[in-house]
Design a protein around this ligand. Structure first.
Ligand code: FDA
Length: 306
């Protein structure tokens, strides 16, 4: 079955966009800000925290980066007006980090200033290794300027062992995730290129070190075994629940997410929306162990509906 799933994941570029779009409805709130507001309102009513992400990867021009910044400002205004205390997720390359660092930092600062004035926090997503150092530098800069901001760290990267040390020392706010990009083996912790479970000891060490040092930590994973180990540790150490939260992606492992909430943990759901749904959705589909089944079912549905 694993081989079948892997083959199906490689076949994704061959799957018609219309099918990817149907499957992606599970992973994104919709294409508009209104869609995101509706979904986030419902999640808040159910007791979840939320992070909102405007879909869109690396900007290819200053105009595109500006347009992304405007979308974030519209979002802040809309959520601020409704008093919805969401968190922003920000990809720095979508704001032009690779085009003009200064202009990107200016855009992020405007967004964060506006967000703070509306009681909205933010987290900087971590992208692929071409941007790791620049993202860390940008984060440290923003944090030193007093912005209410956190950063995502990827436990699959060997360098995270060193990168996390100064952040722990500063009690920075962080989200620990496994990491999603297809990186060369030399960047990864041992075994991670073939086995996602090999990342777990590193993930656990980062979470426990950061929490013990006093950082607020977002534990961003759907790995049931990893969550089980961490909840045992959190309980045995009597860690106050205000010092961490679990985080999951919209549409992924919802029963596990609901069970954590029912146990009294804080749980944040990452809610992406926007027109640029293809890249995000195909990454989620590739991660899904039942991908082959979904794709086959979707293809059958499509054939029947013709
Ligand atoms: P793993 O990949 O080992 O999956 C464990 C289990 O979870 C699977 O066996 C399956 O049961 C289930 N599962 C995982 N993905 C699924 C899917 N799409 N559909 C159905 N089931 C699925 N990455 C990054 O590089 N930079 C970032 O900034 C972020 N930010 C971020 C925020 C939040 C809130 C989350 C939850 C995740 C991220 N990620 C990320 C993505 C993260 O690095 C990782 O790729 C995914 O969370 C999947 O890894 P898991 O930890 O869930 O484990």
């Amino acid at each position: 079955m694993r081989i079948f799933n892997t083959m199906a994941a490689h076949a994704i570029p061959l799957v018609p966009r219309s099918l990817i779009r149907k499957i992606s409805r599970r992973y994104i709130a919709g294409e508009t800000l209104g869609d995101a507001r509706t979904r986030i309102h419902a999640l808040h009513a159910a007791g979840f925290r939320t992070t909102v992400d405007v879909l869109g990867e690396t900007a290819s021009s200053a105009e595109q980066a500006e347009s992304m910044a405007r979308e974030y400002l519209n979002l802040i205004e809309a959520f601020g007006a409704q008093n919805e205390r969401t968190e922003l997720s920000i990809k720095l390359t979508a704001l032009g980090l690779h085009l003009d660092e200064g202009a990107c930092m200016e855009r992020v600062s405007v967004i964060l200033r506006e967000a703070i004035s509306r009681g909205i926090s933010a987290c900087i997503d971590m992208e692929d290794t071409r941007f790791t150092q620049k993202t860390l530098d940008a984060f440290l800069h923003l944090e030193a300027d007093g912005y209410l901001v956190g950063i995502a760290l990827q436990a699959y990267l060997a360098r995270t062992n060193d990168d996390i040390a100064p952040l722990v020392a500063r009690r920075s706010r962080m989200r620990i995730c496994k990491g999603i990009y297809a990186e060369a083996k030399e960047h990864l912790v041992d075994g991670a290129s073939t086995d996602r479970a090999a990342i777990n000891p590193h993930f656990i060490r980062h979470v426990s070190t950061a929490i013990q040092a006093g950082s607020f930590v977002g534990i961003a994973t759907h790995d049931a075994q990893l969550i089980d180990t961490l909840t045992h540790w959190l309980r045995s150490e009597r860690i106050d629940r205000s010092r961490f939260e679990f985080q999951m992606l919209l549409g992924v492992c919802e029963p596990l997410r609901d069970a954590l909430l029912a146990q009294g943990f804080n749980v944040r759901v990452y809610v992406p929306y926007g027109h640029d749904w293809y890249g995000y959705s195909t990454r989620r589909i590739k991660e899904n162990p039942r991908i082959a089944g979904y794709i086959l079912a979707a293809m059958m549905w499509r054939d029947r509906s013709r």
